[in-house]
Design a protein around this ligand. Structure first.
Ligand code: GLC
Length: 421
């Protein structure tokens, strides 16, 4: 590592540590009589605990402070329900729980009834690997296993290995254009999405939040590509962790589950005609439009056919597709929905680049030996943060930052820099 690179890393560590001190939320929640300690995504915009954000924060904390990394995940697991489910938001610090036409409230008004991309196992792995290893795993793995068993039992009613989300926020990519036509979204202003989301939330409430009637109502059911890639990746990691603590049967079962998910992604979601992955909607499993970053995430899968790897790498290198100046745009430039700045002034996942997606894609590229492309994405991500700060997302051409300020998961650039100095 050259001197300059080392200096950059030292500065970055300092800035991330300061950000994570500012965004730390610690206290006691009277509504559940529990103490919490987590990093919020952004004090101004997102003061509560979000599921996949929290997993990313624990991964970042595993480089800085292992006790806090454990506390982050311990707080997340406090919300786990007896059936294994973990809510996508817990309103720890709210004086009164927020309400809204499209917020799906869950086990209590302080917790949502939605899931988010299931990235818990990799967060646990990062914290265990850099910290207390097997001793930590033995404490947390039973809860983690219960969570993934919930995903399998409750969210995969057709048992094809692909789990289904039942409302758009569950994808973590709230306003992705892939769902526009399915939802009947008309226009790009935030109100258009709220109007489209309301009946979905109402159908869930009408079904009493129970999976069976939700699936029977068939209002919004999506086997999403990004969600299932991350599911498969995390099942594989969980299998490894179970093996590490001597649970050979658990490891074999989870590894089988991961294989089934990957198999279905390739047979059901990959379209050899347009050479893109497509989410599947409804009981009829109709393919939804692609041309978004979700279709690149399969690069994370180690056992991807060479032709698919090449296609994803090609698209990432093509400036008219995903190879922008500050990659990786959340939507292809070829997609008519693409906007450099957030569409409608504030809607998400319709063009700008996000650091968590970049992190996964760079990891996948390295796995398949495409190191130069990976380095380009890692370097560009670091530049985005150095120039525009820890923002929620960035214009993929100009690098200008948008959305929430002091956004905690953008600190994943530290993980990229530490892993590949
Ligand atoms: C937005 C993002 C979602 C994230 C949340 C908190 O809703 O789309 O992925 O978890 O903000 O940062």
């Amino acid at each position: 590592m050259s001197r300059t690179q080392r200096d950059r890393l030292v500065d970055l560590r300092g800035e991330v540590a300061a950000l994570y001190r500012r965004n730390r939320q610690r206290g006691y929640a009277a509504w559940c009589r529990k103490a919490y300690d987590y990093v919020c995504p952004s004090i101004e915009t997102y003061p509560f605990q979000w599921f996949w954000d929290s997993c990313f924060h624990a991964i970042v904390l595993s480089h800085l402070d292992l006790e806090r990394a454990e506390a982050e995940l311990r707080t997340l697991l406090l919300g786990q329900q007896p059936d294994g489910f973990i809510p996508h938001v817990t309103y720890w610090t709210a004086e009164v729980p927020p309400t809204g036409p499209y917020l799906v409230s869950g086990p209590s008004p302080w917790q949502s009834a939605s899931m988010q991309p299931p990235v818990l196992a990799e967060a646990v792995a990062a914290v265990a690997d850099r910290g207390r290893g097997g001793a930590y795993l033995r404490e947390v793995l039973p809860a983690v296993r219960r969570y993934y068993d919930w995903c399998d039992r409750v969210r995969d009613p057709d048992a094809d290995g692909l789990i289904a989300i039942v409302e758009p926020h569950e994808s973590g990519m709230d306003q992705t254009p892939s769902y526009d036509a399915y939802l009947g979204v008309n226009g790009e202003d935030p109100a258009a999405f709220e109007t489209a989301w309301r009946p979905v939330a109402e159908a869930i409430a009408l079904a009493g939040h129970r999976a069976e009637p939700i699936f029977a109502a068939d209002r919004f059911i999506v086997e999403d590509v990004a969600v299932n890639v991350l599911y498969a990746e995390n099942l594989r990691i969980l299998a490894r962790l179970l093996g590490d603590v001597g649970d050979a049967a658990g490891a074999a079962a989870l590894s089988e589950r991961a294989k089934r998910t990957v198999g279905s992604l390739l047979t059901q979601c990959w379209d050899p005609a347009d050479r893109d992955f497509h989410a599947l909607a409804g009981r009829a499993e109709r393919p939804l439009p692609g041309n978004t970053v979700a279709g690149l995430l399969p690069i994370v899968l180690p056992d991807l056919p060479a032709g698919v790897v090449d296609r994803i790498a090609e698209r990432l290198a093509d400036p008219t597709d995903f190879g922008t100046t500050f990659p990786v745009p959340s939507v292809s430039r070829r997609n008519p929905a693409y906007r450099g700045a957030p569409a409608g002034g504030s809607v998400l996942w319709r063009g700008p680049s996000w650091i968590n997606a970049n992190w996964y894609i760079a990891r996948g590229l390295r796995r398949h030996g495409a190191d130069a492309l990976a380095t380009r994405i890692e370097e560009s991500s670091l530049q985005l943060v150095e120039t525009s700060g820890f923002r929620e997302h960035y214009d993929a051409d100009t690098g200008r930052g948008y959305g929430a300020r002091e956004f905690s998961w953008s600190a994943l650039v530290l993980e990229m820099a530490e892993a590949n100095p």
